[in-house]
Design a protein around this ligand. Structure first.
Ligand SMILES: *Cc1c(COP(=O)(O)O)cnc(C)c1O
Length: 428
């Protein structure tokens, strides 16, 4: 094993240090395996319940009427998430599209959207119109209000109560912290928030942005009162195999609204050819509990490695996990760059390229990104990125297998050692 690691550029000190960190994580990893086992059985049961058959993998073309693969997959998703209905389509191009679709189809002019958990994910700013954009909700006369979390990360219940008014139609709750510094919300906390909101206004639609959260816990937000959960298939639930797609699961009416917006009024879920993509959607969902578990192990391993070396980690080494994202702050550009170089060098694809910070549209500082993925941009695969500004934080996620995630972290550490940002003597 050490020879293999050596061939991959990892020194014995780094391997030994990694293994010493791992020794203390056995019990935690056992718990994660138990969650994966539970979710595996949940997915398997749903597939058996809906009689998934080889026929489901035959794609339709053209209008896609009576596409049994597509319709059965949606029934499977509805069972997994314990909802009345689901919309799972390759025509939903990404997570942002799925979220925009859920919002635009369930809101009408004059309605108000509320985020009670602070600023939503960057790309939603343009969807909502926080940053003016062509076709935003704001352009359609849909207003937005926001209540930030309190400084200690708890919900501002007084603020939320005041913000709910007779226009409030839909509440958006982002589960993962994304690229913010607030804590990720557990499903239990999401449930408490939804209950509080529904006690004030029972008919408000509660939507959860579930990106990066699927299968990290045994229950999903739709089991604690969410009317809709939304996510991307090139993150957790695609299991690394889905090459495109997004999903919305939830109440029948919410899904019908979304389907009529995705396709057309009058057509709804009836059209939308699946072409040849269904097998990857089924197989990816089937693998997702295991893949997600590996990614969570990688995140925990990263936090334990880097915290031990004195870097700031969010979540911290011992914190419970509710998504697959790990932030590590290096407080110098060289650290962030070395980390990302290591993640890139560990990839199965494009391992030989060196990532460089660049001026990305929409960002006010340079950004460095590392990914060598089978599916372009897939962030359930091993990947990292971060803006080149204080505190020089790398956001790390993914890994299709735990072993690959482990190798990625060792490789990143090796680059920090090679750049003299971590001393070999620190590794004891
Ligand atoms: C990734 C992500 C999105 C957007 O998904 P894309 O597929 O990148 O468009 C939205 N919200 C959160 C929390 C995410 O992590």
């Amino acid at each position: 094993m050490k020879d293999l690691y050596n061939n991959l550029g990892i020194s014995e000190e780094v391997v030994n240090f990694g293994n010493s960190v791992l020794n203390n994580l056995k019990e935690r990893f056992d718990n994660l395996d138990e969650i994966a086992e539970y979710n595996q059985l949940k997915v398997l049961s749903a597939m058996q319940e809906h009689k998934v058959s080889a026929e489901c993998f035959n794609g339709s073309s053209g209008y896609g009427y009576d596409d049994i693969g597509r319709d059965t997959l949606e029934a499977v998703y509805a069972s997994v998430f314990k909802t009345e209905d689901a919309l799972v389509r390759p025509q939903i191009t990404c997570g942002t599209h799925a979220l925009a679709l859920a919002l635009m189809s369930n809101l009408r002019p004059g309605d108000e959207l509320l985020s009670p958990v602070g600023k939503p994910y960057d790309t939603l700013e343009e969807v909502i119109g926080i940053r003016p954009s062509n076709g935003s909700l704001a352009e359609y006369g849909i207003t937005y209000s926001q209540v930030d979390l309190l400084p200690d990360g708890s919900f501002d219940f007084d603020g939320i109560r005041k913000a709910i008014n007779n226009k409030t139609k839909l509440v958006t709750i982002q589960r993962s912290k994304g690229y913010a510094t607030r804590p990720t919300l557990s499903v239990t906390r999401i449930g408490e928030l939804i209950k509080f909101i529904k006690d004030i206004k029972p008919d408000v639609i509660c939507m959860v942005d579930n990106c990066y959260g699927e299968f990290v816990e045994k229950i999903e937000p739709t089991e604690v009162g969410a009317d809709m959960c939304v996510g991307s298939l090139i993150k957790n639930p695609g299991g690394g195999l889905a090459p495109i797609g997004g999903y919305i699961v939830g109440k029948k009416q919410c899904i019908e609204n979304a389907a009529h917006r995705l396709t057309s009024p009058g057509l709804g879920k009836e059209v939308g050819a699946s072409l040849g993509i269904m097998q990857s959607f089924y197989q990816g969902l089937f693998l997702s509990p295991t893949v997600t578990c590996g990614a969570v192990k990688g995140a925990i391993f990263a936090a334990n490695v880097y915290e031990k070396l004195g870097f700031d980690c969010v979540p911290s080494a011992n914190e419970e996990r509710h998504d697959i994202i790990q932030a590590v702050s290096f407080y110098c550009p060289e650290g962030l760059i070395a980390f990302c170089e290591g993640i890139q060098a560990a990839a199965p694809v494009d391992s030989y390229v060196i990532p460089e910070p660049w001026d990305m549209p929409g960002y006010d500082s340079k950004v460095i990104m590392a990914a060598g993925a089978f599916v372009q941009g897939s962030s359930i695969e091993l990947s990292a990125d971060g803006p080149l500004r204080e505190p020089y934080t790398a956001f790390f996620q993914g890994g299709l297998t735990w072993y690959h995630a482990k190798h990625g972290i060792l490789c990143s550490l090796q680059k920090l050692v090679d750049a003299n940002l971590v001393k070999v003597s620190d590794l004891c």
